[in-house]
Design a protein around this ligand. Structure first.
Ligand SMILES: Cc1ncc(COP(=O)(O)O)c(C=O)c1O
Length: 439
């Protein structure tokens, strides 16, 4: 597809696969060191996490399942052996925050808590970290605030973690934040500020307000290495789970990841970590709504000029609220330049169709979280997908490839809302719009 055709199709909000010409799969010692550092930090936090969240005891580990979805293959259109091994990484059911955002948000809040407590000599080297769940620490954190801008799920994870430690917490939300997410935060004692603007403007306003208060730490979704690091450790978890299932990734058995993307932090962190642990044998793809392809337009544009989906006349409106982001994080764009295989887009109706199908197997997803199901179709049946495979896995038997669909949120969606999503998906019927994408 020429660049002109790509732009035309993006403007027309048609699903497309864009492959990254700068992509260079290789071993990555920097990413490996980052992911190992993140893994070690999570291990240090574990005793405190077990104390703060009894559902994590005794391990104190936030972890999701890796499930073979053989039963769903026919309905998804992936029954043929050429679609390889198809797995779901179930972050939709992550404990504590019910979404992938638990990995980043909880990590940043705990990192900040530890560093503030050390700075105030409340925690010394070698002391048990559980002390931070005690009364003295709570009183100390209670004088401080954690703030964040969010379309919903990051706010939930940061709000939950901050309140668990005793911090005051403020979540600035964009106009598209779901009412149930607002209500849930308020019930935890989180102050919610609703902006009549989109996500990027809500974050900018939140950043400015937070900067006025020296006792406020602002979790900056557009520019946070701590969030990025927290997400990256998921790749080490995935590697262990693949090994437990007897799946060994290598040149003849590549791993392909389909990662739902909003600002880019969660999928970027996971892609970065995956490159660290799987080297050249992993190919990460982001997926975005047709009306909000912020990573696609930024990665296509390259670094140096921040670009937005509005420039293409798109609305940034989608039922996939976690992905309603017009401009990608520049921090992530920079790190993805050579590490990201590509980006594809999907329409909202297909999100509901996949969500309803996933429900039949007990996977409780929100619309954003279902987007990765389009990945194998894009890689196997489009011109761009075929060209990508010819270039990056020319000798691989497709039946040996391992596709991981990362489902990123949903466990906390209230029942009534969730049943509405399922009903909508069923009413739309089983013919995916994406099936028509073949060139
Ligand atoms: C369910 C879900 N999936 C994916 C994402 C995308 O994460 P990021 O914005 O870090 O790219 C979000 C973001 O809120 C989300 O809520």
């Amino acid at each position: 597809m020429s660049d002109e055709t790509l732009l035309q199709r993006l403007r027309a909000a048609e699903p497309v696969l864009w492959t990254n010409p700068g992509y260079a799969p290789q071993t990555d010692p920097q990413a490996m060191a980052d992911v190992m550092g993140a893994k070690a930090a999570w291990a240090r936090f574990a005793p405190l996490m077990a104390e703060l969240w009894p559902e994590l005891a005794p391990s104190g580990v936030i972890r999701s399942t890796l499930t073979d979805i053989a039963d769903l293959r026919p309905a998804l259109g992936y029954a043929a052996p050429e679609y390889g091994t198809l797995l779901v990484k179930g972050d939709h059911a992550l404990p504590v925050a019910g979404s992938v955002k638990a990995r980043g948000g909880v990590f940043e809040v705990l990192s900040i808590a530890v560093s503030q407590a050390r700075g105030a000599e409340l925690l010394y080297d070698g002391e048990d970290i559980e002390k931070l769940a005690g009364d003295d620490a709570r009183a100390f954190f209670g004088e401080r605030r954690i703030a964040v801008g969010s379309t919903g799920n990051l706010g939930l994870s940061v709000g939950i973690a901050a309140r668990a430690l005793g911090y005051k917490a403020t979540v600035h939300m964009s106009h598209d934040a779901k009412a149930w997410k607002v209500a849930r935060l308020q019930s935890l004692g989180v102050e919610v500020v609703q902006h009549e603007t989109d996500y990027s403007q809500a974050v900018a306003a939140a950043r400015e307000i937070a900067a006025r208060d020296p006792l406020t730490h602002f979790v900056d979704d557009e520019d946070s290495l701590l969030l990025f690091k927290g997400y990256s450790a998921a790749a080490a978890e995935l590697k262990e789970q693949l090994a437990e299932q007897g799946i060994s990734i290598g040149p003849d058995r590549p791993l392909i990841l389909y990662l739902p993307c909003g600002i880019g932090g969660a999928p970027g962190g996971i892609a970065h970590g995956a490159r660290g642990v799987f080297g050249p044998d992993v190919h990460p793809f982001f997926v975005e709504p047709v009306q909000a392809p912020s990573a696609l337009v930024q990665m296509r544009e390259g670094l140096g000029r921040e670009t937005s989906v509005y420039e293409l006349g798109l609305s940034n409106r989608t039922e996939a609220d976690g992905m309603a982001v017009a401009t990608m994080s520049q921090l992530v764009a920079e790190r993805m330049q050579r590490r990201l295989a590509g980006v594809f887009t999907v329409g909202d109706d297909d999100l509901f169709r996949w969500l309803a199908l996933a429900e039949t197997k007990g996977l409780r997803l929100e619309p954003s979280a279902a987007s990765g199901f389009g990945g194998p179709q894009m890689l196997m049946n489009t011109h761009e997908g075929r060209a990508f495979r010819a270039m990056h896995m020319p000798t691989v038997d497709p039946a040996r490839a391992v596709h991981v669909i990362w489902t990123t949120g949903g466990a906390f969606v209230p029942e009534e809302q969730y049943q509405g999503f399922v009903a909508k998906g069923r009413a739309l019927g089983p013919r995916f719009d994406l099936k028509g994408v073949s060139s």
